[in-house]
Design a protein around this ligand. Sequence first.
Ligand code: MEV
Length: 312
Amino acid sequence: IDFGHGVASGKIILMGEHSVVYGKPAIALPFKQAQISSKVFKTNDKITIDSFYHKGYLDDAPDTLYGIKQLIYIVLVYLKQPFHGIHIQIESSLPPQRGLGSSASVSIAIVRSLFDAFKVELSQERLNYFVDVAEQIHHVNPSGLDAITIAFGQAVFYQKDLGKTLIPLKMDAVIVVADTGKKGLTKEAVQEVKQLWTDNPTIVSPIMDRLEELTNEVRTYLETNEIIRLGLAMTEAHQLLRSIKVSDDLLEKLVEVSLLNGALGAKLTGGGKGGCMIALAQNEDQGIRIADALKNAGAVNTWLYDLKEIVL
Ligand code: MEV
């Protein structure tokens, strides 16, 4: 039987992916429709893990799990526990590498389960610290947005050096999330944007500035329930993200299909280059129609996200 249990959601970025890496603001929401859970079992063996990427000894885990491996060791050191005698079982309904925050989510689920197993209280700050460490190893230079959003489980307005503000949402709208089924290459996308900016500073700087403006505007639209303006801002943000080359053919098609089917706005979400997109619908019925159209256009999965349901 398991003696420690931790759960974490995914996240969707409403505004500010990529620009957030450069200290601009971003708005992200916890994505609770899909989750990752971690359970800790007692054993008489070295540490073993059962996950999507690896089943067996933690020591033998592939490079993709390097951040997770380091995280587990660091947490066990903090908890004054030996590096043996536990089995960690990860279960996920959150597709990996789709810009939905699965790497931060799995880290958070694991940290929560280990603290639960050894009956140590876990503060938000401590959790964030551990997850940031794992994200640093995994992503090289992450903004920290994913970790903050998932750890707090609330809508956040976030800026790298300024930290987070939790934002209350009272939006009368539904977001459709669609998965292209293609792996999003966040790390590569972030590096390519950096290169593009170095090579073309006069083109990329104003794009980042406009993303910043739009994100600030969207914050007020969320507070005042201005759904039409929110939609327009999302679509403009998508065009800006496309111009810094983080979109791809299927993302383009899904954005177009959303708008043709009445979405008020649509954009890629997360790192791009594959991964997921989001579309803004007026209500659930329209959301369902858009989701069906997206599936017909090639989306492998869709979720409806009611913006009224995120209460503080
Ligand atoms: C990752 O979910 C979103 C990016 O902005 C990268 C980051 O914030 O570290 C592309």
